[in-house]
Design a protein around this ligand. Structure first.
Ligand SMILES: *[C@@H]1O[C@H](CO)[C@@H](O)[C@H](O)[C@H]1NC(C)=O
Ligand SMILES: *[C@@H]1O[C@H](CO)[C@@H](O)[C@H](O)[C@H]1NC(C)=O
Length: 391
């Protein structure tokens, strides 16, 4: 549940958060993120020109960071109005797009999308993507980039609803030395956990995917984005020859967000185990006093069982019993009440046995005594072979 709570943040979250973002702590700098843009009609009435529309790909830092506005064909549109706690789905949804921030990680060894590593892929890659109108203006896009709306430091609730992304990713060698092709194809955009759940399949023939070329010429320079483009299914590169002339192998990996939860990949053995232990620990944390009680009971039971065993052993093997009783004399004050009632009887029993033992030689039959001693030796041996059970 924990991580999903953060999803519930709404416009108010900005005002409540002690920290708004990495670029400004003045709430007025964020108004663009929760007031909708003027429509074409409004602008006409105001006598203002139509704004320039944001490009599908915005270069933030060449070779390192690009923001992609990917049109999501046929996707429903989440409407989040300022001051309204309950959002709704737009009837006749307007054309809309999803935002993806492709960046090379600081260590220059991996590629991130909205902060999650996708190359080399690390699962689960729970990527959340903002939905924006397809005709988002270039001005607002600039603000999103400059104020780092897709960064984890961003804490302001916005008018833009976010979707959880599932994807299929293909990597392939190319005929260029040390250049890999990466196709990042979004398959689902969905929301769970809130009042309007829904899923959109990005499977229309004209739906575009993101195709990148990644290069790593040397360790010092690290990974670089050589190119990034949006292509339709029919236009994507499906096979390539490696520099040696052989057909390049392709690797496809699929990540389906709903197949994963807090405990991992649902249905796997590891998931079952983590869920069971996780839930048990959660429960115990909520019932800490029970944990203490349980530990207390276990310690108590263990002691009792041990005492019973020792007592039993004492009956079977009086000499060993004697040793135990001597050992236990120091610990005696700790003994539980009813255990003390057992002990005098034991002592009596052992004492009686001792008397009959001592009486034996007086009766003069030495052979019998020796035989008895041998028997005892055997008994001790067989006793020693049991320690694992006794412990
Ligand atoms: C953007 O698209 C919406 C929905 O189609 C439309 O109402 C609005 O006028 C458009 N805005 C501009 C500036 O063209
Ligand atoms: C894109 O991601 C990188 C790495 O997480 C981050 O430093 C940058 O601020 C993000 N850009 C935006 C526009 O959020």
């Amino acid at each position: 549940m924990r991580s999903f709570l953060s999803l519930a943040s709404f416009f108010a979250a900005g005002a409540l958060a002690s920290h708004l973002g990495s670029t400004s702590e003045d709430w007025r700098d964020y108004t663009w993120s929760y007031y909708p843009e003027n429509t074409a009609d409004e602008l006409k009435e105001l006598g203002l020109p139509l704004p320039e529309i944001a490009a599908p790909i915005t270069t933030v830092h060449e070779h390192e960071n690009y923001v992609v506005k990917l049109e999501c064909l046929g996707c429903p549109f989440r409407v989040r109005e300022y001051g309204q706690v309950v959002e709704h789905w737009q009837e006749n949804p307007q054309d809309n797009s999803l935002l993806f921030n492709f960046s090379i990680a600081e260590d220059k060894r991996s590629l991130l999308v909205n902060g999650k590593q996708i190359y080399p892929l690390v699962l689960p890659a729970n990527i959340y993507s903002y939905q924006v109108p397809a005709n988002l203006s270039a001005d607002i896009m600039r603000k999103m980039v400059d104020m780092r709306m897709m960064d984890k430091s961003w804490n302001v609730g916005t008018q833009y609803g976010s979707f959880e992304i599932s994807f299929e990713q293909t990597t392939m060698m190319t005929n260029e030395r040390l250049v890999q092709l990466l196709q990042f194809d979004i398959t689902h955009a969905e929301i769970r956990w809130i009042q309007n759940p829904g899923v959109a399949l990005l499977n229309q023939p004209k739906q575009k995917l993101i195709q990148l070329k990644l290069s790593q010429e040397n360790m010092r320079e690290g990974l670089k984005i050589k190119s990034i483009e949006l292509v339709e299914q029919g236009e994507k590169i499906t096979h390539a020859k490696m520099p040696c002339g052989k057909e390049a192998p392709r690797f496809t990996q699929v990540f389906r967000a709903t197949e994963w939860d807090y405990y991992g990949h649902i249905g796997t053995l590891a998931w079952t185990w983590k869920k069971a232990t996780g839930e048990a620990t959660d429960w115990l944390f909520d019932h800490t006093y029970l944990l203490f009680a349980l530990v207390f009971v276990l310690v108590f039971l263990r002691r009792r069982i041990q005492q019973r065993r020792e007592a039993k052993r004492a009956i079977e093997d009086p000499e060993a019993g004697l040793l135990i009783i001597e050992d236990d004399e120091e610990a005696a004050p700790e003994h539980v009440q009813d255990e003390q009632q057992v002990e005098p009887e034991l002592e009596k029993l052992v004492a009686e046995e001792k008397i009959s033992d001592e009486a034996a030689p007086v009766n003069g039959d030495v052979d019998v005594v020796e035989e008895k001693k041998e028997e005892e030796a055997e008994l001790t041996v067989s006793d020693e072979s049991k320690p694992s059970l006794l412990d």
